[in-house]
Design a protein around this ligand. Structure first.
Ligand code: SF4
Length: 395
């Protein structure tokens, strides 16, 4: 967790004249994103190769970051910095062999789409892609394909067709608003979506998947947005922190504002090679999430998306990390480690094996320290264990 004090952004040459009222305004952060090489070179020293990679990757995936997110990079020259690595293209992304692995749409979101923008994979849930704009473009994004199109929010007519489908399919109980990032939408547009979903009686939960809390926490100092959360109280927020450096004292204040509206906040992390794939980083991340009152929800194995495969860890890395967390960290801080299966076949949770044997009512467990414990967990005949008095009372 980082503590940002005073007008800390003024230590960056490019933002030294930015006023507090501007920096802390979410719209200023969006309007002043770094998006092209010219912007980037005002902040970073890139060598020839990096410039070349930047140029070549731009045609397949945008670069984009808010000033706030860049300001979290502790050393701008550190090429191994975990935040820098999430937004800066690496040569691996365009390497032919890496590009030959994975698919643009590994979960068939477009194929399972009854109406444009909507994916209906599980009976009780739909994915509602509200926009294909994000304020930060993450190199590991599983929806990279969306950003090959122009950055734009969907039209009112497109939304209306999506509402109609949801209205007609009464088995749908939950709508996952995602994107792109739905919280980059103007409040008016967001309200249009929430209001219409709210009117559909069979919808119990509106889950908003957003990275704004990570990359632009000032979004949650906007009274209008907080009022929307307050009014449309089916909303849950699921955010996406991958590294403890992304959590700050500003995050804490933003979460407090969100929780004051009665909106629960959960987090999904992606396990990323060279960014967060070690025990201590994940432990610190989970601890910091709890500190600011965000519940760790999922830890995902990196998806098989084209151009992302270089971020993949071995599958059992996540299991080893969970094994390390158990016993060190309260159960509140332990996420579900899961793999999303290709072709839209759903998520599979993976966990260390703590049940070694189970037969004839006796189970053999392994605890977090590796100690083996045998326990009788069932009694075939209650009479075997009841006292004489017990038997009389039970009868
Ligand atoms: S914020 Fe989410 S949707 Fe946008 S680029 Fe990052 S991971 Fe992808």
């Amino acid at each position: 967790m980082q503590y940002l004090s005073g007008e800390y952004w003024k230590t960056f040459d490019i933002w030294k004249n930015v006023e507090k009222s501007e920096w802390e305004n979410w719209k200023w952060q969006l309007a002043n994103r770094l998006t092209d090489l010219e912007d980037v070179l005002k902040v970073f020293n890139l060598n020839k190769e990096e410039i070349e990679t930047f140029r070549r990757t731009s045609s397949i995936f945008h670069f984009g970051s808010t000033p706030y997110y860049i300001s979290l990079i502790k050393d701008l020259n550190d090429r191994n910095n975990s935040i820098r690595k999430q937004i800066f293209p690496l040569y691996e992304e365009i390497d032919e062999r890496i590009q030959s692995y994975g698919k643009l749409d590994p979960f068939l979101e477009d194929e399972m789409s009854p109406v444009e923008g909507l994916t209906h994979r599980y009976p009780d849930r739909v994915l509602f892609r509200a926009t294909n704009f994000c304020s930060v473009y993450c190199r590991h994004c599983m929806r990279k394909r969306m950003f090959l199109e122009d950055e734009r929010a969907r039209t009112k007519q497109e939304y209306d067709r999506m509402f109609e489908y949801i209205r007609e399919n009464k088995e749908i109980r939950e709508v996952l608003l995602s994107g792109g990032d739905p919280l980059t939408l103007p409040n008016k547009k967001l309200e249009y979506i929430l209001k219409n979903l709210y009117k559909i009686d069979h919808i119990d939960i509106i889950r908003i998947g957003s990275r704004e809390l990570v990359v632009n926490p000032y979004r949650f100092f906007d009274e209008e947005l907080l009022n929307l959360f307050d009014r449309y109280d089916k909303v849950w927020l699921v955010t996406h922190f991958n590294h403890p450096d992304e959590i700050t004292n500003i995050t804490r204040k933003a979460v407090k504002n969100i929780l004051s509206t009665g909106t629960p906040v959960l987090n999904q992390t992606v396990l990323l090679k060279g960014i967060n794939d070690d025990e201590k980083t994940i432990e610190n991340l989970m601890r910091d999430l709890l500190r600011v009152k965000i519940k760790p929800y999922y830890l995902f194995f990196c998806d098989p998306t084209k151009g992302v495969v270089h971020f993949r860890t071995p599958l059992d890395r996540g299991i080893e990390i969970l094994e390390y967390l158990r016993g060190r960290l309260s159960g509140l801080g332990i996420p579900i480690y899961a793999v999303d299966l290709e072709n839209g076949l759903g998520k599979v949770p993976l966990s260390p094996n703590y049940l070694l044997d189970y037969s004839d009512g006796i189970a053999t467990f392994r605890n977090y320290e590796g100690k083996i414990v045998r326990m009788q967990v069932e009694f075939s005949n209650l009479d075997d264990i009841l006292t004489e008095e017990g038997k009389r009372r039970v009868l």
